[in-house]
Design a protein around this ligand. Structure first.
Ligand code: ATP
Ligand code: MG
Length: 560
């Protein structure tokens, strides 16, 4: 009975949509006779304007159902005349808009049938068919996911329609964000993470944060909890992007973010049980030293591999103990590597070792941390305490990130009840394109199989061409494309296909605007033009103007 009422309600809705429509044009192509299904040509009625990315529908001649199209291309068509051409060339254009026509192309979204299903039509769209503007709730109906476990990411510009994405596919298949500098990638991730953290049930995140920008997530979560106590529902619903329900209150009060400074993890790997993880890194560093002979490097690597404790003193001792029949020069060389190279990475002696140890965060704690919190941020930008003298270099941090990823993979592939999204901004640091650096196979593995183990990757590739194709092609089912540089267009085309690439506007899409292709929309793989909601700006990123203003003020004060 209930099911029937729903269907009847829907039939009424369908009738309402069809009867309250505004006619804006007709299916027509003055030059062609091709009236297919995937893309239809439209001539717009004079006085009506249909912007790119809006939605229209046609009543199907055979089924009577509305077939919805998304406007992907808009242009004027005006036949040329000799006299006008001549007048323009003389510098006195005679303007004659009377023959001008506003045309556009509609990309198929789907046919809505009387059961409320969106189906691919099976008969072509007839020439001259009337074209109507879609009412708002009809656009919501064809774009928004049915499943409640979704988040709002932004709005369709101009139409003001909320853009929502079902979380399941984002976990199942991962996510790729691309766009030139300053287009809004990090801001989008902050919105996604915050809202998914406050979804019901909440997602879990491990953010490998190179710049500290994701501290914003911590900031929002803390302030939303404050606002909950104060009863400020407006703030809460602004962060959530929707009305607040009682269920939300529970989720919010339980939300928490934990931040781990990268050097604490680093120190954790020096602890006895974990040095096996750490040794390959030192091995790699030794291998890179050009100024030493292979024999010397080999001995140094052997010492590292053998060491029961990673301190400079201990390695030096071992260099003598394990000398055997080696030449004096080999021993001296190995000691030079230990003292000059490895000393930047390891504590000097037992005393220092104990000091470093008090900072250590053991990787085994990570699982518990993720389970207990919603978001764990590994902050790779955190500055070192004074009594810790590790080199603060990018490569070590990338290695650390890779070790963490491997560890999470181990947990995720063993424990079917564990899940967490691994987030990486500037993914080229760990998964560079071949020829641009070494990529550990774990990243490809996470990209292709992580989702199945509920440990998907969400990555940002500012320049697609710098990031391994093996990784990006696995993640393209959920794709946020901000304004891309021309050089990266080719990769968009290679990774996502020509028809998608053609939809990405040339020139400039304003910041925070992007084209999203996702399996989390109403129709899997649908493409929706979106202006991302700003929940919070990336942390720490002062605008250049403010920095220069402060500098100039400081200088002025000094000169007084
Ligand atoms: N506090 C702020 N106030 C106003 N605008 C800001 C603020 N922070 C950032 N912006 C602007 O918002 C836009 C998006 O910034 P965001 O950092 O998200 O971009 P991005 O794509 O991650 O950039 P990048 O490639 O540099 O990482 C930029 O144009 C930036 O200048
Ligand atoms: Mg960024």
């Amino acid at each position: 009975m209930g099911g029937e009422t729903v269907v009847n309600d829907f039939k009424d809705k369908l009738k309402e949509w069809i009867s309250e429509e505004e006619k804006v044009g007709n299916v027509y192509d003055v030059r062609g006779s091709y009236y297919g299904l995937n893309i239809i040509p439209i001539t717009i009625t004079r006085g009506k304007e249909i912007p790119r990315w809006s939605y229209v529908f046609v009543k199907h001649w055979k089924t009577g159902n509305p077939v919805v199209f998304q406007i992907i291309d808009v242009y004027f068509d005006q036949p040329g005349t000799e006299y006008q051409d001549a007048s323009i060339s003389m510098g006195n254009p005679i303007k004659d808009p009377s023959m001008r026509k506003y045309k556009c192309k509609g990309l198929l979204v789907g046919e809505i049938n009387e059961n409320g299903e969106i189906i691919p039509p099976r008969y072509p769209i007839e020439p001259e068919a009337d074209v109507y503007r879609c009412p708002k709730d009809m656009i919501e109906f064809v774009t928004q996911p049915l499943d409640e476990w979704n988040i709002k990411v932004g709005e369709i510009p101009e139409l003001g329609i909320p853009v929502k994405i079902h979380l399941e596919p984002l976990v199942r298949q991962g996510l790729l964000i691309t766009g030139a500098q300053g287009t809004g990638k990090t801001t989008a991730l902050i919105t996604l993470i915050t809202r998914a953290t406050l979804a019901n049930p909440p997602l879990k995140f491990l953010i490998l944060d190179w710049t500290g920008e994701f501290r914003s997530v911590e900031k929002v979560i803390n302030s939303i909890k404050e606002k909950l106590k104060e009863g400020d529902k407006d703030y809460i619903s602004k962060v959530l992007g929707r009305d607040v329900s009682d269920l939300d209150l529970d989720v919010i009060s339980n939300a928490s973010v934990s931040v781990i400074e990268w050097w604490r993890m680093y120190c954790g790997f020096l602890e006895d049980e974990f040095i096996q993880y750490f040794k390959p890194i030192l091995d790699g560093i030794i291998a890179q030293q050009r100024q030493f002979s292979d024999t010397v490097k080999k001995y140094a690597r052997e010492l590292v591999n053998y060491a029961d404790k990673l301190t400079i003193e201990r390695l030096e001792e071992l260099a003598d103990i394990r000398r055997g029949r080696r030449e004096e020069t080999t021993v001296i060389g190995a000691k030079a590597i230990i003292n000059n190279v490895l000393s930047s990475y390891l504590p000097k002696n037992d005393d220092e070792f104990e000091k470093w140890k008090k900072y250590s965060y053991i990787i085994d704690e990570l699982k518990e941390d993720i389970v207990e919190n919603n978001v764990v941020i590994v902050d790779f930008s955190a500055s070192l305490p004074e009594d810790l003298s590790i080199v603060d270099d990018v490569e070590i941090k990338s290695e650390l990130a890779t070790m963490i990823a491997k560890h999470i993979w181990d947990i995720g592939s063993r424990d079917p009840n564990f899940g967490c999204v691994i987030v990486i901004d500037e993914a080229h640091r760990v998964c560079p394109e071949k020829d641009l650096g070494y990529m550990d196979p774990i990243w490809q593995r996470l990209a292709s199989e992580g989702g199945r183990n509920k440990i998907p990757l969400w990555i940002v590739a500012r320049r697609l061409s710098l990031v391994s194709k093996k990784v990006t092609t696995e993640l393209q089912q959920n794709f946020f494309c901000f304004n891309v540089e021309d050089v990266d267009r080719k990769r968009v085309e290679e990774d996502l296909g020509k028809s998608f690439a053609e939809l990405v506007p040339y020139g400039t899409i304003p910041p925070l605007h992007c084209i999203i292709k996702s399996n989390g929309f109403r129709i899997p793989g649908q493409i929706v033009f979106t202006k991302i909601d700003v929940v919070e700006r990336p942390a720490g990123g002062k605008l250049s103007k403010d920095v220069f203003k402060e500098m100039s003020e400081r200088a002025r004060n000094r000169n007084k």
